[in-house]
Ligand binder design. Sequence first.
Ligand SMILES: Nc1ncnc2c1ncn2[C@@H]1O[C@H](COP(=O)(O)OP(=O)(O)OP(=O)(O)O)[C@@H](O)[C@H]1O
Ligand SMILES: [Mg+2]
Length: 351
Amino acid sequence: MASVSVQNLSKKFGSTVALDQVSFEFEDGKFFALLGPSGSGKTTLLRMIAGFENPDQGSIQIDGKVVDHIPVEKRDIGMVFQSYALFPNMDVQANVGFGLRVRGISASETKRLVGEALELVRLSGFDDRRPHQLSGGQRQRVALARAIVTKPRVLLLDEPLSALDRTLRLEMEIELKRIQRDVGITTIFVTHDQEEALTMSDQIGILNEGQLVQHGSPVDIYENPQSVFVARFLGEANLLKGQVDGSSVNLEVGGTIQTRSKPASPLVICSIRPEKISIHKEKNIAPSSSNQIAGRVNEHIFNGTSLTYLVQCGDQVVRVFVQNLSGELIAPNTPVHLSFRPEDTLVFPDA
Ligand SMILES: Nc1ncnc2c1ncn2[C@@H]1O[C@H](COP(=O)(O)OP(=O)(O)OP(=O)(O)O)[C@@H](O)[C@H]1O
Ligand SMILES: [Mg+2]
């Protein structure tokens, strides 16, 4: 168990800025998810914490001690690489046991610990296989076993479940979370899967173009995104342009609405999550304090437990999610009224 603190980390590769002044405190024993578009610096940040990459600027501490000049093998970190990076000419037993042998653990103890780790990732009996005799998902699980077998202080996972099918992935998510909780390993987990980030982590950090643009609990980031980028990146968001008029916003799609906070620039973008919107055939069904805009149903998508409506409002399509309470669908072309609360209407400056 250990806390990891990164301060002002910056890294350039040629003219590419991979990390730009990233500072963060990864608390002891917590599970962090790092999200961000491709190329935003996620792998670079993990490799730097592990010691495979040196920052141009900034510093890293593990448990309050500066590790900038401490080599990879002395940082006591387990890492699963995006590309698995198994040793191709070693079998599974040797791959997983590698870190233990390096540490001088006896052959019998190594065998026992490797057996335990393989059981955790559901690969008991695969000891003698070479990486080329394994599927992508199995290789990924060998990499995971290799990372946890030494019981490191910090676990860095770069999309460790990306090659697994959905069923196995859900199973491994639960296992991983259990291992993390039982052993209390500080874990930093890179994923492209929003649901994975939301369900598994204590904290989420979002990177964009090398900068940590927001961090917080999953609920906090989802409910209080601080930029249009974060609102769109985590979850879905309807973005409606408007002009500020006193304390109200006149939307381009028609309608005057109230927002959660006071608009701070004359031109704004309002963001409303699809599940925060109600859809009605009649006008004025929602409380009078609600925002209302008018539209026409373009399309409905029946998902069983829920319905998605694509509603044409002016020249924009607004997505609405509703729970399937009545089993009744509103047909395409029906004029509708959309309502949503001012507190669910976020407002950002239109840059
Ligand atoms: N060794 C390198 N040499 C040159 N450029 C690099 C190197 N490593 C990373 N980069 C660049 O740095 C930026 C950040 O890369 P990084 O691998 O950290 O992104 P990422 O967020 O992990 O992306 P992905 O989601 O695709 O894995 C990218 O523009 C990438 O091309
Ligand atoms: Mg990456």
